[in-house]
Design a protein around this ligand. Structure first.
Ligand code: ATP
Length: 367
């Protein structure tokens, strides 16, 4: 989203949206502002409420309570076909008996667009998704990725101010998915409209989004850029859902300036006070943990934890290690290609700068 360029996209305001099925709250007070032209991803585990939220915006699901504004207008009660929103689902839902060209023309036919203008707009939409040579084919003659690009062309052909996508790449293999992620990003940039995208894949969310809303049990835990969610998670759930992390648990003590955690006989200290967390834990990112052979860490260094290599994964650009600590915790460490390598079962020592650990409240019941 670039503030200097005028956006053709609509702003979306979800205000305290709840959706109940019987006694079960699929959405429990969801509030979210999506800026015009923004690429917003709804990210979360299965069943957390992402699709329900998207369906509420699309008009496929009514709300139990709350307000929904699209472009500043309250659309609660407005039927889906009157909302002028483009939608792409995981399963392409192209009309099998229509050629690609007629599929893409369909929303324009519905809107009574003249044949000449229709032809030009279909050609432009197909060019945008790089399917210009396929207008005469039928869906059954296309690969999954090609069908999904046609579905995207059909969703953007009528220039909607808002495009909703629900796991559109979910059925495709990894390589194709990664390529189409970049294509979707390019199309978003070229169109300048608002995109709302549902996925449970945090890497996909990081690649695509201006901002990400992290869902958990029908609520939004945090909204932010990928970097904000990675560097400054406000809940343990978010810290663990975005990127790799090590979570240290132990008996905590806080004095005026710092917090100490006692873990299997070792003490680690963070130069920050607890903020009243009932059960504080420390969260560390893999690149903030140094890994050494025993005895290699200078005497007197703080925040050292002995462990054993439980898993060693070669990543090409370096290695990732899972290190079992004395209390059974699994620590995740990334070491660069130039660093030393370690074998399964090897004894190691981890250390970290206390300033790099986040103190968060323990919101999990089990690990
Ligand atoms: P997924 O990634 O698996 O699609 P999601 O985050 O999109 O998950 P939703 O589809 O929004 O989750 O569902 C949220 C919750 O609401 C789930 O527990 C689901 O079982 C429930 N739910 C959704 N639709 C209905 C329905 N029509 N009737 C009853 N419960 C429903």
């Amino acid at each position: 989203m670039k503030p200097e360029q005028e956006s053709k996209g609509a702003a979306i305001d979800l205000e305290s949206i709840s959706k109940a099925y019987g006694g079960f709250k699929a959405l429990d007070g969801v509030s979210l502002r999506i800026e015009p032209g923004e690429f917003m991803t709804l990210l979360g585990p299965s069943g957390s409420g992402k699709t329900t939220t998207l369906n509420v915006v699309a008009g496929f699901t009514d709300v139990t309570s709350g307000k929904l504004l699209v472009g500043g207008k309250n659309v609660v009660g407005v039927p889906a076909h009157k909302r002028n929103i483009g939608v792409v689902f995981q399963h392409y839902a192209l009309f099998p008996h229509m050629s690609v060209g007629r599929n893409v023309a369909y929303p324009l036919t519905l809107r009574g667009v003249e044949p000449a203008a229709r032809k030009a707009r279909v050609a432009r939409a197909l060019d945008m998704v790089k399917m210009g040579d396929f207008a005469h084919r039928y869906p059954s003659e296309l690969s999954g990725g090609q069908q999904q690009r046609v579905a995207l062309a059909r969703a953007i052909v009528f220039d909607p101010p808002l495009l909703l996508m629900d796991e559109p790449l979910g059925a495709l293999d990894k390589k194709l998915r990664e390529w189409l992620q970049l294509e979707i990003k390019r199309i978003h940039r070229e169109l300048g409209t608002t995109f709302v995208y549902v996925t449970h894949d945090q890497e996909e969310a990081l690649v695509l989004s201006d901002r990400i809303a992290v869902f958990n049990r029908g609520r939004i835990e945090q909204v932010g850029t990928g970097r904000e969610l990675y560097d400054e998670p406000t809940t343990l759930f978010v810290g663990r859902f975005i990127g790799d992390s090590t979570v240290l648990r132990g008996e905590a003590r806080s004095d005026g300036a710092s917090t100490a955690l006692r873990i299997a006989g070792e003490t680690v200290t963070v130069p920050r006070r607890m903020a009243g967390e009932a059960r504080p834990v420390m969260l560390l990112r893999p690149e903030k943990l140094a890994i050494r052979r025993p005895g290699q860490i200078a005497a007197g260094t703080n925040n050292r934890l002995p462990g054993t290599i439980a898993e060693a994964i070669y990543l090409g650009s370096g290695s990732k290690y899972e290190v079992r600590l004395a209390d059974g915790t699994t620590a995740i460490v990334r070491s660069p290609l130039t660093g030393e390598s370690f074998g399964l079962g090897e004894k190691v020592e981890l250390c970290f700068d206390g300033a790099d650990a986040k103190i968060l409240a323990d919101d999990s019941t089990a690990d």
